[in-house]
Design a protein around this ligand. Structure first.
Ligand code: AHG
Ligand code: MN
Ligand code: MN
Length: 330
């Protein structure tokens, strides 16, 4: 390898410098998206610190309220939500914020006051795992604002193909940000000593196959028949089963090791449990950008036209060969 390539290979690139060099690739970019990603990075570092101290600061457990989905809110759900709102709220380029934890979107600026983008997020995914110190995460999706649409919910109900950026931050054995702005997937690890996300992968391609399936088999008896036949085949084909119960952790492992992650329709959640706009769509964009596939029922997840902010859908996503294998049984 020539000296120059060696140098490039050993470069230390922070998320900040990565985002600025990406921005420089788009001559008419004004840096609005860069500002949003840097605000998400600040929120991620702040939440990472709070997650790791949650038991010490005695902020585990229930908040005593329910969110719009009728799910018990945990204190950390509310804390993470507030951290994100405080980090994103002051960014002039954001028109609308939409959170899993809030019934309605928050309109920050309407067309006249700027506000090019909308940010949708699951502030703390897998939060029911916090008390057992299992990996949890933050999921985010960035779409363009429609200045002519006065209704916040209708503004953010856009198909996943219109996302301009998507990603997650996994608070696991290390704090990892996985990000796409439509030109492939880049990965960053938080170096807590310097408080910076350092780039560890660029243009990441996930394995095309992997004999791992990830599903909550406790619900299997109520899955539609095709999913049950797929599981029988996976059992007979010597597949491994890996299920963490935090979507961010299960999807990250699928990106790294290959395989397929499924949340089918169940008796309790006949249209699936995962939310289209701030769980399935951002993950589907990442998986497709890394060379994988993401389907909800018969169609591509990203092509679904959302009707409601908190709409749920079934999810099958992962390595190309594995998703196609599942689909062959549906
Ligand atoms: P959230 O904590 O944001 O409500 O999300 C939990 C989701 C997702 O993280 C995970 O894949 C799924 O719930 C697990 O559901 P089951 O416990 O029903 O398997
Ligand atoms: Mn979630
Ligand atoms: Mn959540």
């Amino acid at each position: 390898m020539s000296d120059a390539e060696d140098l490039v290979h050993d470069n230390l690139v922070s998320l900040q410098s990565h985002v600025l060099s990406e921005e420089a690739r788009h001559p008419n970019a004004q840096g609005d998206l860069s500002w949003i990603i840097s605000a998400i990075s600040l929120a991620g570092k702040t939440i990472a610190n709070k997650v790791r101290r949650a038991r010490l600061d005695d902020v585990l457990g229930a908040h005593g309220t329910e969110n719009v989905q009728g799910e018990e809110q945990l204190r950390m759900d509310v804390i993470a939500n507030e951290i994100i709102m405080r980090c994103l709220g002051d960014r002039a380029s954001i028109a609308v914020l939409a959170s899993e934890e809030d019934e309605e979107p928050t309109i920050l600026r309407r067309s006249g006051e700027g506000g090019k983008y909308c940010v949708l997020f699951d502030p703390l995914d897998g939060s029911s795992n916090l008390d057992s110190a299992v990996g949890v995460g933050t999921i985010f999706s960035v779409t363009r604002n429609d200045p002519d649409e006065p209704d916040g919910e209708r503004t953010v109900c856009r198909p996943g193909t219109e996302q301009v950026a998507a990603g997650y931050i996994l608070y696991g054995s290390s704090t990892i940000m996985c990000l796409t702005t439509g030109n492939g997937v880049d990965m960053f690890v938080l170096d807590q000593a310097i408080g910076s996300f350092l780039r560890v992968r660029t243009s990441y391609r996930m394995p095309d196959a992997g004999a791992i399936y990830s599903v909550n088999e406790a619900n299997a008896s109520s899955f539609p028949e095709g999913y049950q036949r797929y599981l029988e085949n996976a059992h007979a084909s010597g597949y491994s089963s890996r299920y963490i119960g935090s979507m961010v952790a299960d999807v990250h492992r699928t990106l790294i090791r290959g395989g397929v992650f499924l949340y089918p329709p169940t008796g309790k959640n006949p249209t699936g449990k995962l939310r289209l706009l701030y769980e399935a769509n951002p993950m589907a964009m990442l998986i497709e950008q890394a060379g994988g596939l993401a389907y909800s029922g018969a169609g591509r997840t990203l092509e679904i036209h959302p009707e409601r902010l908190h709409q749920r859908i079934p999810v099958v996503l992962g390595s190309k060969a594995e998703v196609e294998r599942v689909r062959s049984f549906l």
